[in-house]
Structure formats: C-alpha cells, structure tokens
Ligand binder design. Structure first.
Ligand code: CA
Length: 227
C-alpha cells in the first residue's frame, strides 16, 4: 500500500513516515502542497494524508484539485484547529476523514486502515466514460451498446485507463501497474504501444467520438472527448 503524506512540519512528517513504514506501508513525503500535488500526479497512491495548513497551496486547494481530476483516492485531512468550519469545508471538498492535531499515532493508523478497507470495498464494479461502460467482474466492455472484443491484457489496460480517466498515464505507470513490472533494462514501451494501438482500433475506430488520446512525450489519457 502506497501512501502520500503532505505535511510541512518535518518532525511530524518524519515521525509519520517512520511509524507507517514500521507497519509495512510505503510512504512518500511532500513538504508543500505544490510538491504533494506534483507527486500525486506522477505516481500511484492508495491513500493521501494531507495537512490543511501548508505553505503555497493549502490542503483544501490540493484536495479540490485531486477531486477535480476525478480521483477517488481516500484522503485523510490533518487539521490543526478543531474548528467545525474546517471540518465541514474539508468533507465538502471531498475528504474521507479528518484528524485534529495533535493526535495519537495509533488513532491515525486505525483511520488509515479503515480508509484503505473502505476503498477496497467501494471499488466500483461498473464504470462509465461517455458511452463506454466496463464491468470489472464480468470483464466486459461496451460502447454504444456494442460489446468490444478485447483480449485479457487489452481489458486490463482499458480498466486501468478508465480508473484513471481524465488523468495522463505514463508508460512507466502502465508497466508498473498493468504489467506489474519493476524497473528493467529493456523498457516495455514497445509492447505497451502495440497494445494501446490494438485497444484503440477496437475502442475508438468504429465510433464517432474518440476516448483514448496520446499525449506526446508523456503517455496516454482516456477522457470523454465531447466535453
Ligand atoms: Ca502544517
């Protein structure tokens, strides 16, 4: 489980990292909102722990930006003030839970475990992007009520793109998350490009609107082209 911690107080951030690494979580630290948002865009996380009071862009802004991208990643807010306004604003902006500082570490761990569990339970079975609908249990994909004839790998790739819809996905992320490959000498780029091309022929070519786009030099994005 990969956790992003965005916290400008280094002592708190380091203590969180140490404690969570001892529980076998993988932790990345960011010390500003800007850095946190950058890391969030560059890597995959299962959970974000976000301090509200941050230099530059504060936690509410970062949370708003994460939700605007369409990400449903669980977010735990850390708030310094026990103010009702902050809590309401946080939950309205899309936080899943919050903790008021100072907090006891075991309480944070309990919240983290609960959020990760909930995230798994609520992972949607059917997802939609424009007229595309995929069913993760049946492993079927339909566009405009026509079933797409996908290989197992093409379906996994499509599911990954749908889960990250509206977000640019790099070849490294696909290698890591779909092919489950660590860093290697010969990158999988060619294999990925071939699979993307095949997927595109089935997903987009027969239809009027395009969903899968190449972002030159970066990767790919699946989005509702009519928006
Ligand atoms: Ca702070």
């Amino acid at each position: 489980m990969r956790i992003l911690v965005v916290e400008d107080e280094r002592k708190v951030a380091n203590a969180l990292r140490e404690g969570m690494e001892a529980e076998q979580y993988q932790v990345m630290l960011a010390h500003t909102g800007e850095e946190g948002f950058f890391l969030f865009n560059a890597q995959r996380f299962d959970l974000v722990i976000l301090d509200v009071m941050l230099p530059e862009r504060d936690g509410f802004e970062i949370l708003g930006a994460i939700r605007k991208m369409g990400s449903q990643v669980p977010v735990l807010l850390l708030t310094a003030r026990d103010s009702v306004d902050d809590r309401v604003l946080g939950l309205d902006t899309g936080a899943d839970d919050y903790l008021v500082k100072p907090f006891a570490f075991p309480e944070l761990l309990a919240r983290v475990r609960a959020l990760l569990r909930r995230g798994r339970l609520e992972a949607p079975v059917r997802m939609k992007v424009a007229d595309l609908e995929i069913d993760v249990t049946k492993r079927t994909a339909m566009r405009n009520q026509q079933t797409l004839d996908l290989t197992a790998r093409e379906f996994e790739l499509l599911e990954y793109l749908v889960r990250n819809q509206g977000r640019v996905i790099s070849r490294d992320m696909i290698a890591h998350d779909v092919w489950k490959e660590g860093p290697r000498h010969t990158p999988l780029d060619n294999v990925i490009d071939v699979n993307i091309a095949r997927l595109r022929r089935k997903l987009d070519d027969p239809f009027r609107t395009k969903l899968l786009y190449t972002v030159r030099g970066v990767g790919f994005i699946l989005k509702d082209g009519s928006e």
